[in-house]
Structures are given as C-alpha cells and as structure tokens.
Design a binder for this molecule. Sequence first.
Ligand code: FAD
Length: 307
Amino acid sequence: MPDVRMHLHTPADPGRGVVVSNERCTAGKSSSFVRHVVIDIAETRLAGHFRAGQSFGVIPPGLDTHDKPHKLRLYSIASPTQGEGGKANHLATTVKRTIDEHWENHRLFLGVASNYLADLQPGDPVTLTGPNGKRFLLPDDPAAHDYLFIATGTGIAPFRGMLGDLAAGAFPSGAALLMGSPYATDLLYHHELTDLAARQANFTYLTALSRQAQPDGQPAMYVDGRLRTHREQLTALLASDRTLIYICGIAGMELGVLQALAEILPPAALEQYMQVDPGVAAEPKAWTRRMLHRELKLSRRIMLEVY
Ligand SMILES: Cc1cc2nc3c(=O)[nH]c(=O)nc-3n(C[C@H](O)[C@H](O)[C@H](O)COP(=O)(O)OP(=O)(O)OC[C@H]3O[C@@H](n4cnc5c(N)ncnc54)[C@H](O)[C@@H]3O)c2cc1C
C-alpha cells in the first residue's frame, strides 16, 4: 500500500473548504436523496495530500443534544487522486441524506452532517478534517493488479475515484465493478460508469437491483447474486493471483459477498482471499457477521470498508 498522509487537519485544528457545486447524483425519481458535492480545498492541508479511497471529516456547525459541538462524520472521497475534474484542489464526495423517524416518538429524524452537507450551496464554507484511511487504497503499483470492486449505495464513492486513477494511467488493469442499489433510479454515477465501460475494454460494470427485476429480466438480487449470475466471468478474474477485492457500502453487505465467494470459488482460489475455520467451512449459508475476523479471516487481498 502507498504511504499516505493522514490527519493533516484534526477537530482541534480543522481546515476550511468552500463548496464549488452540489448536484443530485441520482437520475429520475429516486426514493433516496444523494448528492455529489465538490469542495475547494485549496486553503486546507488536504490540498495535494489525499488519495482516492481515503475519506475526510466534516464538522457540522452548532451543538448536539448535550450542548457539545457536533462530532465529525467521515465521507469518502469520490474523486481521483489528481482531483475532481482534473482540478487538484477540488475534492468531491457522495452524500446520502439520512432521513428517518425518531425511534422513541416517530417524529422526523434528520441526520445532522449528511443533511448539512447536502444543503450546502456553492460558496458556502465547510469545516473539514483528515484525510483519513491508509488501507482502502489502490496499491502502490496499480498496474500490477486486477480488481473486483463491490459497492452498495454511497459505497461507490471510493471506486469512482479509483477508477479515475486507473483511467488516468491508461487503464492498465482488468477491473469489474458490481454496484448494488434498491431500484435502477438509485444507481449512482450510472451514466458515467456506463460510458467508462463502453470506452474501456478492461472495465466491466455490472449492476444488481434488489427491489426490482434486472433490465435483462432476471429477478431482484443483491450484489452477491451478481457474483453467482456472472460466476464464469468473475471466477476467471478471481482465480488470477493479481486480483484484489474491494468491498464498500452498507454494513452487512460483506457477509453475503463472502458467502457467494465461498460458493463460486474452488477452495484453492478462496484461500487466496480468506481463511475459513474448518469447523464452519462446509456451510457458508450458516455463516454470521459475528464470525468475521474470527472463523472467517480476510487475507490482505480483500479490502473492506462498510458503515
Ligand atoms: C469510512 C466512512 C466513510 C463514509 N463515507 C460516506 C459517504 O461517502 N457518503 C455518505 O453519505 N456517508 C458516508 N459515511 C457515513 C457518514 O459518516 C455518516 O455516518 C452518515 O452521513 C450519517 O451521518 P448524519 O450526521 O447525517 O447522521 P447522524 O445525525 O449522525 O445520525 C445517525 C445517528 O443517529 C442515530 N439514528 C439513526 N436513525 C435514528 C432514528 N430513527 N431515531 C433516532 N436516532 C437515530 C444512529 O444511532 C446514528 O448514530 C461514511 C462513514 C464511514 C465510517
């Protein structure tokens, strides 16, 4: 992994970014609100010191319910390492509004930082920390590897940046992206990714819709379902000793992915990605999240970031 800079700004010494643009990044009528927010970081120490795959902190203004300043929330960098749109001082993120009902009184619950960020207008200042993260990155020599990226929801953000990095280097590797969302209208950066797949023979873009049938008529499925339907194509990629797997998105998605890998890969190939306790190896369907990092130990060839 490359050596990266971290915590150049901390909550005690934050930086001040300025919003450049804030656009909706779902197409059509989506049940969720996700925005692509571009921030100018020229006046912060993040300038020139972030990599695709890292995240940064946002500190919302105001006080929490205990009258303490709000704590920072992390957001993944959705830009390539060279910056958003080729501008080194511009960094983007993909923010989903947290909207719910309060558990105790069923009143409207609005997540503090996500709604603050999603409301920001061009020219507004934003208090930042970071960068954060040193493992969810492309390796030092990206051309030495091939990639399987698996995303749900805003988990697409780091992969958009990484794909930008690969594209900037003439796309030297094979890469497949499996993107999961409830409906087709929730797919993020769909046109951008479809275009990239049309231009780059090395890049495969597959989607999995979990609450509607697929465009090809197959039934609703999660991303792990796509591993099964594209078993042949993906096992060829996964059998290569060059391949790295990156998983990012909703906490809980990793279990289904690991179960599907166990189902589609021969034991010798599976071993390259995870060490499975012999006591549970025979029954992937019975695996639980609690087994992760205990009975199911991931190798250095799987990178996981779920939240
Ligand atoms: C490494 C990393 C990268 C991330 N990247 C992204 C990203 O790229 N995009 C993105 O959108 N998010 C990302 N997140 C998630 C992000 O950090 C925030 O957690 C998310 O935006 C919610 O923050 P919030 O301030 O809006 O919600 P908060 O105000 O923090 O609300 C969420 C909290 O409220 C509680 N809560 C939730 N629902 C209810 C309810 N109904 N009633 C009462 N309490 C409730 C929960 O316990 C939770 O602690 C990332 C997280 C991590 C760790």
